[in-house]
Ligand binder design. Structure first.
Ligand SMILES: [Zn+2]
Length: 482
């Protein structure tokens, strides 16, 4: 039997990390007056569907226990029928594939009849936010006057996409991401019940990788246990594409010291994107412990590498470039005093709210690299600048001056020499206009990230409006709008 099936909670006591939901449901069940409609929401893999099934059993169980909290017995005909997915009175529907009004109408018709086999007729609708507007309206009618024998359990990962009218008819149960400790503890029990073995650090790494989702953790564990009876840290690391811990530490140290030769030696092990993600994580953790300009620079270069990685012909190339960049910065500018920790880093992702004062930027040479960008995207960007320029020449000029830096399938990164331009590009109205044109011209769906790069070389002037004077605040933030 696969682990994940084994792992489904069959008692409320097994509902780990969701104490609020558990207590609410147990109290309602013990009072004998449970709600008729529940809406379970939260991130994927946190136990919503399992809880819906558990609640169905608790509602229909013929001899529940109440000692130490309400629990279904797990042995009566009702419990077994639901557990084996053979209960005709429990209808489970996935709204992702049954989203129309006809689906809800037929559901409404079946709900009208009293249950045949169980105490109640229970309808579970997963991914309920996927329903069409008409289907939601039909569902609302049923929820407004539900037959006395009916219970509805709705589940969603996107609560905001469920109409308020529906929400107001349901008791809402929030599911949260699970802590690493809770996940690791559960994995430990699963390993034991499968008669296999795993070291605590191996389980801790699986738990960390699952980022709060129990289902991801369970399926990773399942695939690992299928290949090995004893899980060690090394086995998990290899499976996740992580190099050995010692190699990663050496690589991190070499990068932080700008030692490109050593960094190269330790570079190619594991999987490029995992190595980069791990380096970013390590750098951020180190920065938290001891902020320093060197680590700040490392973070900046790694961030650039991660933006470039998805568009690179070989995912290792951005990491190789990072090695050289760090070496160049540390060895190529010996005369420049190291920036004080309080100084801003040269690459700044500017927040939407403009800041009043900017500290002086340290001069760090820009090592230029031209990432690969599809010709069509570049053409579309130029065309977008042209079209926007027709109704607002200054904004057109701003877009021509901005450098399209990367385009990785969903994210356009644009570099601007002036912070003012970055702030302008963060404006909702302008951004919406740009993305609308880009989406239309490339048949894509883009997001836009504007990055401040003060030492970016000035781009060649394309008409009389360019140059320092036209880029002042007065010119750009003048009376003209998009
Ligand atoms: Zn039972």
């Amino acid at each position: 039997m696969p682990i994940s099936r084994d792992a489904r909670p069959t008692r409320f006591a097994d509902l780990l990390g969701q104490e609020l939901v558990r207590d609410t449901l147990q109290r309602a069940l013990a009072s004998g007056k449970p709600g008729q409609a529940y809406l379970l929401h939260g991130p994927r893999g946190t136990g919503k569907t399992s809880t819906a099934r558990l609640l169905a059993r608790a509602l229909c169980c013929e001899s529940p226990t109440t000692k130490g909290g309400f629990e279904p017995c797990g042995a009566c005909a009702a419990c077994l029928a639901i557990q084996n997915e053979q209960a005709t009175d429990v209808l489970e529907m996935d709204a992702a594939s049954n989203r129309g009004i006809d689906d809800i109408r037929s559901l409404r018709d079946s709900v009208r009849y009293p249950p045949v086999q169980l105490k109640r007729r229970i309808t579970i609708i997963d991914e309920v936010h996927m329903l069409t507007v008409d289907a939601f309206n039909a569902l609302l009618k049923t929820l407004e006057e539900p037959p006395a024998h009916a219970t509805f359990i709705l589940a969603t990962t996107e609560l905001h996409r469920v109409p308020v009218t529906i929400r107001s008819r349901c008791q809402i149960l929030p599911f949260s991401l699970l802590s690493k400790e809770v996940i690791a503890e559960k994995l430990d029990r699963l390993v034991a019940s499968a008669g296999k073995q795993a070291t605590p650090d191996a389980l801790a790494l699986i738990a960390e990788h699952a980022a709060g989702g129990m289902r991801d953790a369970e399926s990773l564990l399942e695939s690992l246990l299928a290949r090995s009876d004893t899980l060690t840290l090394d086995i998990v690391r290899t499976d996740l594409g992580l190099p050995e811990a010692s190699r990663l530490t050496e690589l991190f140290a070499a990068l932080a010291n700008g030692d490109s030769t050593a960094a190269y030696t330790h570079l190619r092990s594991g999987t490029a994107d995992v190595v980069l993600a791990e380096l970013l994580r390590m750098t951020r953790r180190e920065l938290e412990l001891q902020p320093s300009p060197v680590l700040g620079r490392l973070l900046e270069v790694l961030l650039e590498a991660s933006i470039l990685q998805r568009a690179a012909p070989d995912p290792w190339i951005p990491l190789e470039v990072a090695c050289w960049k760090l070496a160049a910065t540390q060895q190529g500018t010996p005369k420049r005093a190291a920036p004080k920790p309080t100084e801003a880093l040269p690459l700044t992702v500017v927040e939407v709210a403009p800041k009043a004062a900017t500290p002086p930027q340290p001069e760090v040479p820009v090592v230029e690299l031209q990432p690969f960008i599809e010709k069509d995207v570049r053409k579309a960007w130029a065309e977008t600048a042209k079209r926007i320029g027709r109704s607002n020449p200054l904004l057109g000029q701003l877009l021509r001056e901005a450098e399209l830096y990367t385009a990785d399938g969903s994210l356009l990164t644009v570099r601007c020499r002036l912070k003012l331009h970055v702030e302008k590009l963060q404006g909702k109205q302008l951004q919406a206009k740009i993305l609308e044109l880009m989406d239309e011209l490339t048949q894509g769906s883009w997001q836009l990230l504007a990055i401040h790069q003060p030492n970016l070389p000035k781009r060649p002037a394309t008409n009389a409006l360019s140059g320092e004077a036209s880029s002042t605040a007065a010119a750009v933030f003048g009376t003209q709008n998009v």
